[in-house]
Design a protein around this ligand. Structure first.
Ligand SMILES: CC(C)(COP(=O)(O)OP(=O)(O)OC[C@H]1O[C@@H](n2cnc3c(N)ncnc32)[C@H](O)[C@@H]1OP(=O)(O)O)[C@@H](O)C(=O)NCCC(=O)NCCS
Length: 238
């Protein structure tokens, strides 16, 4: 380990310790970020101390927000609660990447379990119903979670003006992998260990450890039916 590396690590650790302090905290967080490279190079900042790393470029407006230790909240993440929103709770080591929006209102909440990573530009809502995402879940870019629908059958009223409805919460189990652009609709439960292929729209419950694809998402097999793929290429970017 080079001296330069050790010095940089000590300085960023000190800055992260100070990041929770009143007044100077924001400056310390900004400086810590400046010491690292761009984007995912900054994730290390969330692991130097127990403090979460919250980018100064994130927009957070949520009175009932709990951010667990060692969370990473990237540039341009938005966490927004309307006045009648419930709570947003992020467990330990949750990562939210840039462009992701969490928005709650009408008593809805969003909870995300420990060590779950939400990649860029996801949209997670809690309105009327809530969205609960388990632990160790991987959510690829551009996924959406909507625990409510618009009513639209009254032809005399603009759709935007019609009531929203919900057939229930969205519940995603532990150790789930959702591929690129998966959309999850209200009332849906996705079982532990399920894999959902890119572009799927999940309209009904999926059982644990299944592989599901398509619009609407249908189970094509169970995990474990095939021999595991040899891991020659290492871990992904998430
Ligand atoms: C679903 C997935 C995980 C592969 O699972 P698998 O069990 O190995 O599936 P297979 O490749 O054997 O394909 C089985 C069938 O499903 C179809 N299929 C696979 N992925 C699909 C998808 N995303 N949407 C629709 N159909 C799909 C295949 O064409 C094949 O159909 P066929 O039997 O008619 O030929 C993969 O295709 C996928 O979508 N991965 C997500 C990639 C991604 O989003 N990466 C981002 C990284 S975070």
């Amino acid at each position: 380990m080079s001296i330069g590396f050790k010095v940089r690590r000590s300085v960023t650790t000190m800055l992260m310790r100070l990041s929770a302090a009143p007044v100077v905290g924001g400056i310390c967080m900004r400086l810590a970020g400046a010491f690292r490279g761009p984007y995912k190079d900054r994730r290390v900042l969330a692991h130097l101390t127990r403090h979460p790393y919250i980018s100064p470029r994130a927009q957070i407006h949520c009175a009932r927000l709990t951010v667990g230790p060692q969370c990473f909240i990237d540039d341009y993440v938005t966490i927004y609660a309307h006045e009648d929103g419930g709570e947003v709770r992020l467990g330990e080591g949750v990562h939210l990447y840039r462009g992701t929006i969490i928005e709650i209102g009408r008593g809805g909440s969003v909870t995300i379990g420990d060590h779950t990573h939400i990649q860029s530009n996801c949209n997670i809502k809690g309105f009327l119903g809530s969205t609960h995402i388990g632990s160790h879940v991987q959510v690829a870019p551009h996924c959406g979670f909507s625990p409510y629908e618009h009513s639209f059958d009254d032809l005399s009223v603009d759709i935007r003006e019609q009531e929203i409805t919900s057939s229930g919460d969205i519940v995603v189990g532990d150790n789930v992998w959702l591929g690129l652009s998966v959309q999850v609709l209200d009332g849906v439960t996705i079982g532990d260990g399920a894999v959902v292929g890119a572009g799927a729209v999940v309209t009904k419950a999926l059982p644990p450890n299944c592989v599901a694809v398509g619009v609407p998402a249908r189970v094509i097999r169970q995990r474990g039916e095939r021999p595991p793929t040899p891991s020659s290429t290492g871990r992904g970017s998430g």
